[in-house]
Design a protein around this ligand. Structure first.
Ligand SMILES: CC(C)=CCC/C(C)=C/CC/C(C)=C/CC/C(C)=C/COC[C@H](O)COP(=O)(O)O
Ligand SMILES: CC(C)=CCC/C(C)=C/CC/C(C)=C/CC/C(C)=C/COP(=O)(O)OP(=O)(O)O
Ligand SMILES: [Mg+2]
Length: 284
């Protein structure tokens, strides 16, 4: 294995797209709280802390999942031999250290969220992933919490709560679909995920029902005047993509979970566009 292949493998472990996406969500949390200009250093530290934390969480997940991934995802960095298990674990611990070093510079509420999240990231794969729905709910909380984390960094968490709920529900839907996709390896490893516990079709029905709730609730940020009409013009297509992806997952969970992620990214863009177009003063 060359040094270049190892470095590429380490980068892959972080899942850079997720690192960037989650960091953007943290920025959005601070942005909708109206505090980016007032607290640029805190916002920067929060964004960087999120990036380190997500990279660390993904890397340690692949470390703990290395046997499952030999079945489910043999092309990943550890199963294909680009990074050793010990190397992946050590890399994740360095990234966790970076997240802690940045998070402790933030206000108390942000430190509290980061502490909960960092502990959850370490505990997820070993203790929660194999519990029907609980592991999915924990990842959903983690994704949603990025909005709260960014808002807490600037001291105004109100507007971020709605974004927390919408993104957590959509993520819960996607996590259930991903468990349907991974059912073979998860069953081999004795994990009791939701599709294994209640059946694939029932799990997909629950996932789709949850997403419908989130889609119905998606106009709320506009109705609460957090976002302007531009938000609706972008979130409605995002809702359509997410609903299509959920229905698609009944026949093709791999395509469904992938397209659902695109819809979620478009919804995140709707949050940015919706807020940017608004001059409504934020409270607090
Ligand atoms: C109805 C409505 C308006 C919903 C809002 C949807 C929204 C904005 C969701 C945010 C989702 C997002 C952009 C998450 C960032 C990426 C991330 C950290 C995802 C969590 O990763 C866990 C996942 O299991 C990793 O697997 P994979 O994505 O396949 O690498
Ligand atoms: C705001 C702070 C301090 C932290 C944010 C933490 C966030 C947003 C985490 C996002 C969710 C995440 C990266 C979870 C890590 C574990 C993970 C990758 C779960 C999903 O993995 P599996 O269920 O094993 O499925 P795959 O590995 O096949 O994707
Ligand atoms: Mg995994």
């Amino acid at each position: 294995m060359t040094a270049g292949e190892t470095i590429r493998g380490l980068l892959e472990l972080t899942r850079p797209i997720n690192v960037v996406a989650a960091s953007v969500l943290t920025f959005i949390g601070a942005f909708v709280a109206g505090g980016v200009a007032a607290e640029p250093l805190s916002v920067t530290a929060a964004i960087a802390a999120t990036g380190f934390a997500v990279g660390a969480g993904n890397a340690i997940n692949d470390y703990f999942d290395r046997e499952i991934d030999r079945i489910n995802q043999p092309g990943r960095a550890i199963p294909r031999g680009a990074v050793s298990p010990r190397g992946a674990l050590g890399f994740s611990l360095v990234l966790f250290g970076g997240a802690v070093g940045l998070a402790i510079t933030l206000p108390a509420a942000a430190i509290a969220i980061a502490t909960i999240n960092l502990l959850a990231l370490v505990a997820y794969t070993e203790f929660f992933k194999g519990l029907p729905g609980l592991g999915n709910a924990l990842v959903a909380y983690l994704v949603g919490s990025t909005f709260l984390f960014g808002a807490a960094a600037v001291g105004n968490m109100g507007p971020a709560v709605v974004l927390f709920v919408l993104s957590a529900i959509a993520t819960l839907t996607r996590e259930i679909i991903k468990d349907v996709e991974d059912i073979a390896g998860d069953r081999e490893e004795g994990l009791n995920t939701l599709p294994i516990a209640i059946g694939e079709r029932r799990a997909l029905q629950i996932a789709t029902g949850l997403l419908i709730v989130a889609v119905i609730a998606s106009p709320i940020p506009y109705l609460l005047e957090y976002f302007g009409i531009m938000y609706l013009l972008v979130v409605v297509p995002a809702d359509a993509v997410m609903l299509y992806a959920a229905v698609e997952s009944f026949d093709d969970p791999t395509a469904g979970q992938s397209h659902l992620k695109y819809g979620m990214f478009l919804a995140a863009l709707a949050f940015i566009v919706g807020r940017a177009a608004v001059t409504i003063p934020t409270g607090g």
